[in-house]
Design a protein around this ligand. Structure first.
Ligand code: UDP
Ligand code: ZN
Length: 340
């Protein structure tokens, strides 16, 4: 029996167990969902229901060959928001021990297509670029509201937390910088103090030089399965030239990120079927856009196994698929091919 391996994540300094033997245990495969219709009369995000999502915040109009008033992408306020716009005392202390703050921030939905049955890897690269344009445009606005974090993310499949079939992603702006983000930033700052270089740029260069975990390389962005991937087939898309916030990405970077994301999702689907996943587009906290320490990254995590007691108690992840194997499999699929 092969021995597992502990790997330390350079970004969090946490340890991950790479345990290929775990892949051999019996698995429960979820039944495939029935195909969705092209439009759903009960769906609040389908065309014709725009009045159910009031206060549109951003729109990419449809291309000229579509009917007038048609849209390609819309951003609307979430009707059941985690955080809302407002004012309140910065902090409230209860019995001197507990600290609270008003739930100020924002929660938006990016409706990615007028088609109910569409999905990100299905169409043209430009359709994915329109979605990334929505993330960029809204991030530029939201980060001006004050300290905190702007986080675009996508849930795909019920096991990844999605409650609605219509293709969509979300953008949450928090008034605080979450602990995980502070940790990433602190680790990167310490690295900068030690070496005078950006940890993310250095790890990316090292990953591409090594090549075993590289999934795709473009002129502006690259994709790799990280050395200490916490989940099977976890893949990151990162800029090749230092950039702290995706909101500051130029059109060339954005366009290439979209093409790579589309191919990556297509490759994943090719390899594993329509599996649940989450991705998050992580940037520097608001106001830290110019930092030399930190770089944005899109972290894609398939949800193939539930986290259990060991993860709860240790905080450590157990990954049954070595990232070298995951990257080789993803690279070998027709959507990615040997070169992008
Ligand atoms: N939603 C909305 N307007 C509606 C119906 C749903 O804004 O008329 C929101 C809902 O609050 C949810 C999102 O659409 O946050 C769908 O998100 P998803 O299914 O990815 O995950 P959830 O946020 O439910 O975990
Ligand atoms: Zn719909």
């Amino acid at each position: 029996m092969a021995m597992s391996e502990l790997r330390r994540d350079p970004f969090t300094r946490d340890w991950v167990v790479i345990a290929p033997e775990r892949a051999h245990r019996p698995q429960h495969t979820p039944a495939a969902a029935p195909p969705a219709p092209a439009t759903d009369p009960h769906c609040p995000f389908c065309p014709g229901h725009e009045q159910e999502t009031p206060g549109e915040l951003w729109r990419r109009p449809a291309y000229p060959d579509h009917p007038p008033g048609a849209w390609a992408v819309r951003v609307v306020p979430n009707r059941y928001p985690v955080l809302t716009l407002g004012h309140g005392p910065a902090r409230h202390r209860t019995a001197g021990l507990f600290i609270s703050a008003a739930g100020i921030g924002s929660h938006e939905v990016v409706i990615e297509s007028p088609r109910h049955d569409w999905d990100l890897p299905d169409g043209e690269d430009t359709a994915v670029a329109d979605v990334l344009c929505a993330y960029r445009a809204r991030s530029l606005v939201l980060r001006e509201r004050g300290p905190g974090l702007v986080l675009p993310f996508r849930n795909h499949g019920p096991a990844a937390g999605t409650s609605l079939a219509h293709p969509h992603s979300q953008i949450v702006a928090t008034p605080i910088v979450p602990l995980r983000q502070r940790l990433l930033f602190d680790v990167a700052r310490t690295y900068y103090d030690d070496y005078g270089r950006c940890l993310y740029t250095d790890v990316t260069a090292a990953e591409l030089a090594d090549g075993r975990r590289t999934v795709a390389i473009g002129d502006h962005v690259a994709a790799f399965s990280p050395y200490a991937a916490r989940a099977a087939y976890e893949t990151w898309i990162v800029p090749r030239h230092h950039q702290a916030s995706f909101a500051d990405a130029g059109d060339e970077v954005l366009t290439e990120t979209a093409a790579m994301l589309r191919r990556l999702l297509d490759a994943l689907r090719h390899l594993l079927g329509d599996v649940p996943y989450n991705y998050a587009l992580i940037s520097a906290p608001n106001g830290e856009e110019a930092t030399a320490y930190f770089a944005w990254h899109l972290q894609l995590v398939p949800r193939l196994a539930a986290t259990a007691g060991f993860e709860l108690g240790s905080g450590m992840a157990v990954n049954p698929v070595p990232p070298e194997r995951a990257a080789a499999e993803l690279r070998g699929t027709p959507p990615l091919g040997p070169h992008i």
